[in-house]
Design a protein around this ligand. Structure first.
Ligand SMILES: Cc1ncc(COP(=O)(O)O)c(C=O)c1O
Length: 361
């Protein structure tokens, strides 16, 4: 019998080996925010550590507290904007915070460990002005209640190899980081996300912050194998019913697919309530019996329907792979993302808590 209606298998060995691949040069900070991009934060953090990661990063204070609760003992960086109350939660969890203003420094509890962020062009978080960023660095260095740990920035277009804005951001960041270190001594300098890490060693500095790549997802939305990365997640379900359809008979809400000739239709119990998005209606393939078959009809909350063709050996209970490999065939999260006009990050983050995660060591 199948393991359940829908299941996300996560290969911790893949996370480990992706981290080993990414930690060959500078220190690796494994980004495990948003429940490890849907893969499971604490499980992936442990695998990342086994693969050589020396730091962890999350977006929120609660995510940092959760990792501590789960027993993770690596240094943790909370990268997101924090209210004073959230900063207190982060510092209590023994996590580092990111600062770019004097007001934020004033709101920090004693013993806060601080990384100062320069906004070199992402236009989101950080001080936009170099002098302002330098002043924040100076203020942290002088404040006996605070520890100055790092300097950082974040790239907006590292995943677009033909875009030269990446080089511009690097040109803005590098001299500032050098000057701050000349003034304040050795600091942990970090800028690169996964795409930058794979693209340009000049962006590595002392540490790289890799998220998507540690899960074996391609930051360039192509094939992760091109960068020696192995996808960690596969998404499975099973055939709950197989029925013969005559021409004109329809499957699903709104009758958005009708059989044009006699065929067999499988019902698979996974839907948008599990994160298999409704925009995949009549718009993706799944693997059954080692072959690709089209999803037909509307994706509903709990079910999809799949056209198996007129002659099929598929039976109730047969396994279905929505992301991952079966036989010689393979469907990448990148393929699903393209069909949704989005990125692989959103495909795995969308998998809902209703989908159990099973960890293969
Ligand atoms: C500040 C920061 N650094 C690093 C990362 C990791 O990026 P990626 O998943 O592309 O490696 C993120 C993720 O969005 C981020 O917000």
């Amino acid at each position: 019998m199948p393991a359940g209606r829908a299941l996300a298998r996560v290969s911790l060995d893949a996370v480990r080996s992706n981290c080993a691949r990414l930690s060959q040069g500078p220190k690796l900070c494994a980004v495990v925010k948003a429940d490890g991009y849907g893969h499971g934060a604490s499980q992936c953090a442990r695998a990342a550590k086994a693969g050589g990661a020396q730091w962890l990063a999350v977006a929120t204070a609660v995510e940092a507290a959760h990792l501590r609760f789960e027993g993770l003992d690596l240094p943790i960086l909370v990268m997101g904007a924090l209210t004073a109350e959230e900063a207190r939660v982060a510092v209590e969890a023994d996590a580092d915070v990111v600062a770019w203003s004097a007001e934020f420094l004033a709101a920090l509890p004693p013993n806060a460990r601080v990384h100062v962020k320069l906004d070199t062009g992402m236009g989101r978080l950080g001080a936009r002005d170099v002098d302002e960023a330098s002043a924040v660095v100076g203020a942290v260095a002088q404040d006996p209640r605070l520890d100055l740990i790092g300097l950082m920035t974040h790239f907006a277009t590292a995943d677009e190899p033909s875009d030269d804005f990446f080089a511009l951001q690097l040109e803005r960041f590098t001299p500032w980081a050098q000057e701050m270190q000349a003034r304040h001594g050795e600091l942990l300098v970090h800028a690169a996300n996964s795409a930058a890490t794979l693209r340009d060693p000049a962006s590595h500095f002392g540490m790289v912050r890799c998220g998507v790549a540690i899960y074996g997802l391609d930051p360039f939305q192509s094939d992760p194998a091109e960068h020696g990365l192995e996808p960690a997640l596969s998404l499975e379900s099973y055939v709950a019913r197989v029925e013969r359809f005559e021409p004109g008979e329809s499957a699903g809400y709104g009758r958005r697919w009708r059989a044009t000739e006699p065929t067999c239709v499988a019902t698979v119990p996974i839907g948008y309530g599990d994160g298999w998005r409704r925009a995949l209606t009549n718009n993706c393939q799944v693997l059954i019996d080692g072959r690709r078959h089209p999803l037909v009809g509307t994706v509903s909350m709990d079910n999809i329907t799949v056209d198996l063709g007129a002659e099929t050996g598929v039976r109730t209970g047969d396994p279905v792979v929505l992301i991952g490999a079966q036989g010689e065939e393979r469907i990448l999260a990148e393929e699903v993302a393209k069909r949704l006009a989005t990125i692989n990050y959103e495909v795995t983050c969308a998998l809902s808590p209703r989908v159990p995660r099973r960890y293969d060591p």
